[in-house]
Ligand binder design. Structure first.
Ligand code: NAD
Ligand code: DAU
Length: 377
């Protein structure tokens, strides 16, 4: 089988970087080109393990740059786009929705226009030597379960047929992008797939999101901010299981198909934070070197990390519950997550403790400005 040529947008972000490492390991003959604007959430250091691989190339650029994207599709003979690039943090979308419309809606539309122009309209399609038939290409769009809105405690989990009801500027922008992807398939015949995934966690996650934020705050002896009553529910998936799901959609998914990827792993926020507190306390209790490295962590001072839990003002429009019904993925693609929450969260903690240089580097001035704005100085 011929090797594939992938363009991974947002490949320096959390899930994108994990996907690049996953793909290069699983498909070593394929070429992987990353296009990333390196916004505050993108970090070249997350791709360090791929640098030097002759099948890997990093391009610093914006998905809004149509000429750049078209040029890459042609020059690199790209046959597969895996589109992660997005503004991804709900809280930031509440403070400043414009960037979300620009990147998530206009940026996705730019990617679709480029794909259509190079794969479908071009007399000299790089894929078929000139017929412009669009044979053999794929545009995979990475989306979120948040497009389906919020569930009540007894509601059934989201299926692919659940009507869209996005509630935040972030989820509305992702919903708009999903619709554009669908429309480019229906109208122009672009060969698309979309996956809507639940909350991811794991290595390289930017510490504005709940799990890395809580972990790092424990290590620094800082308050653990819980929005509202802490009873909001999310369905958590280890990031590598998400990458595996996308791989299956690319290999076996029906063109035009939508697939929900999730973990059947619903947790309230307060339960997650309490669990992380316990695991970090145990890790520090078992390893005196950790207590020396992180003297402000409660366990290093003979206290429990859950003493840092602080209930704060709720997120505006905070969705109560998300849950994914992943039956379609399981039956059509043979998908099942491999990591349990217990093993995945332990791996995440071990990774964070072993990669202090990475998280110190991402906690730059703009990150500290964000913390001040969001949680107060
Ligand atoms: P992230 O914020 O960690 O990474 C996003 C990446 O996109 C960054 O590297 C950033 O530099 C890049 N980017 C942003 N704007 C860009 C632009 N205009 N041009 C080029 N690059 C740009 O996000 P993530 O958590 O890795 O999420 C990746 C994708 O997965 C997003 O589309 C998100 O909606 C989706 N998703 C995330 C989760 C989750 O739990 N994190 C769950 C389901 C779906
Ligand atoms: O469901 C998939 C989505 O998951 C993705 O589409 C998003 O890109 C991703 O950011 C994530 O969205 P959430 O808003 O669910 O993730 P976040 O980590 O920001 O918050 C998880 C829960 O924790 C949520 O109910 C809000 C709460 N929270 C979050 C932060 C940052 C707190 O209680 N305190 C906090 O400080």
């Amino acid at each position: 089988m011929q090797s594939a040529h992938l363009l991974v947008t947002g490949g320096a972000g959390f899930i994108g970087a994990n996907f690049v490492h996953y793909w290069l390991a699983q498909h070593p003959c394929d070429r992987v080109v990353v296009l990333d604007a390196l916004t505050y959430a993108g970090n070249r250091a997350s791709l360090a393990a791929a640098e030097g691989n002759p099948n890997f190339r990093f391009v610093h650029g914006n998905i809004l740059d149509l000429g750049l994207v078209e040029g890459l599709l042609r020059d690199e003979k790209i046959d597969t786009i895996v589109h992660f690039a997005a503004e991804s943090h709900v809280d930031r979308s509440i403070h400043g929705p414009d960037a979300f419309i620009e990147t998530n809606v206009v940026g996705t539309h730019t990617m679709l226009k480029a794909a259509k122009s190079v794969w479908l309209d071009s007399v000299q399609s790089p894929l078929d030597g000139g017929g412009g038939s669009g044979r053999g290409h794929r545009f995979h769009h990475v989306s979120t379960d948040e497009v389906y809105g919020s569930l009540g405690p007894d509601d059934p989990a989201f299926t692919e047929d659940t009507p869209y009801a996005p509630n935040s500027p972030y989820s509305a922008s992702k919903a708009a992008s999903d619709h554009l992807v669908r429309a480019y398939h229906h109208t122009y015949g672009l060969q698309v797939t979309t996956s809507n995934c639940s909350n991811n966690y794991g290595p390289y996650q930017f510490p504005e999101k709940l799990i890395p934020l809580v972990l790092l705050n424990i290590l620094h002896g800082k308050a653990l901010p819980i929005y509202g009553d802490g009873k909001n529910i999310r369905d958590w998936l280890y990031v590598e299981d998400h990458c595996r799901g996308i791989d299956l959609v690319l290999q076996r998914g029906a063109v035009g198909g939508v697939y929900n990827i999730g973990g059947h792993n619903e947790w309230t926020n307060i339960d997650i934070v309490t669990l992380i507190c316990r695991l970090v306390d145990e890790a520090i209790a078992q390893d005196p070197v950790l207590a020396q490295r992180f003297p402000q962590a409660p366990a290093a001072q003979g206290k429990a990390a859950d003493s840092l839990i602080t209930y704060v003002k709720d997120r505006l429009g905070h969705d109560r519950r998300y849950a994914i019904d992943a039956r379609k993925c399981r039956t059509e693609l043979g998908y099942a997550p491999q990591e349990s929450f217990e093993t995945g969260i332990r791996k995440t903690i071990v990774w964070m403790l072993a990669n202090e240089a990475w998280w110190r580097a991402v906690m730059d001035g703009s990150y500290r400005d964000w913390l001040d704005r969001q949680y107060g100085g």
